[in-house]
Design a protein around this ligand. Sequence first.
Ligand code: MN
Length: 497
Amino acid sequence: MTGKNYVFWFATGSQDLYGDECLANVAKHSKIIVEKMNETGLLPFKLVWKPTLIDSVSIRKLFNEANADDTCAGVITWMHTFSPAKSWILGLQEYRKPLLHLHTQFNEEIPYDTIDMDFMNENQSAHGDREYGHIVSRMGMERKVIVGHWSHENVVKRIASWMRTAIGITESSHIRVLRIADNMRNVAVTEGDKVEAQIKFGWEIDAYPVNEICEYVRDVSQGDIDALVEEYYSKYDIILDGRDEKEFRKHVAVQAGIEIGFERFLKEKNYHAIVTHFGDLGNLQQLPGLAIQRLMEKGYGFGAEGDWKTAAMVRLMKIMTADIKDAKGTSFMEDYTYNLVPGKEGILQAHMLEICPSVADGRIGIRVNPLSMGEREDPARLVFTSKTGSAIATSLIDLGNRFRLIINDVVCKKTEKPMPNLPVATAFWTPMPNLEVGAEAWILAGGAHHTAFSFDLTAEQMGDWAAAMGIEAVYIDKDTNIKNFKNELLWNSVAYR
Ligand code: MN
């Protein structure tokens, strides 16, 4: 999705105080660490070993090379010995990419029988990493710190997880959102400062008249439409709901034309996310439903009713989760209706149409039904229910003077009974720590009804991304209690103003 073969650099710090033999061992050890971690197959991106850094000249050179190298998505640093941290200041000042401090050491266990002062001098990460950590903290730099032995699976998995965050940080500035409709009239939470969003996140958010994209839809050939309809019919269950087969197929064909036309427009103009609005459809015959669902599945971001913030977030999260083996899906979502029965509390998630099929569990069907809003013909849409399990729902809001990212751990479940009369894709989740506290905290934080949702990312990853963007993030999870949460919002309002 990024078009790049990203790698991460592994840089080891030391100094020339310990003699050549020690430095040779430092290099040998860090090479082994890189080699073994690559061999685990757990890292989504390759680690590239870099020669040991021993002074400010070599440190500055490495960080500037990292800045200039398009394939380098971040640098992982580790102090094998003691590396006086003043020599890191200039390099760190000039460094602009994600930074991870791996606090590890080569040996897992203290070699009780053989340990002497030579060993102590050569293996002093506990010492050197504190000196290095001090200067990064003093400089106020955002970085990730991961502690533990490099051979432990949980450590490698945390590095793997951070790598996806780093890709999100690096790629955020490449996200371009196409607005073919303005924000829905009078709606507050989907509004925002697009200039500030570009300054903070790097997003380019541009508007086009809806009829400019309609021309691309109009120009799609009948042959292309027929071929795509065939693909739909082979891939999805056709649920006629008593409609005439020929008429049904015509409605589906309209969405095929929209999918092809929209994608051509997005590709030609290099956009990665799109917003629509049911009240601003120009010459489109139907609200894009099935078409948008398919585009989301291909990796495009989407926000309804002009919601460019959620569209960009969905794209960002699609990039961060790209190529995950056994991914469970990432989508635009909307809080619709509650189940408030004690012990069965949850929020039914849906939208008019536009939920990404990547979250679907089992077979996907196509239905054609009227929309109760708008003035177009009945749109075709993909219907399914979502997978189950832990996931996150995120909402990026504009508070007038700054952005806040709200991140809620949620648990997706099956609804107690099927909903045969509801012709849209749905998910059903209980927010952590429970519906009562979760929804109260969400509302106190000002979270939207639209969310960017993923089974394949963690709150930690999204919080780290927000920190790198320099914005506030609040977590609603198993530890949330309202008294502390309100204080957190109050204190953050001072810290982030
Ligand atoms: Mn909506």
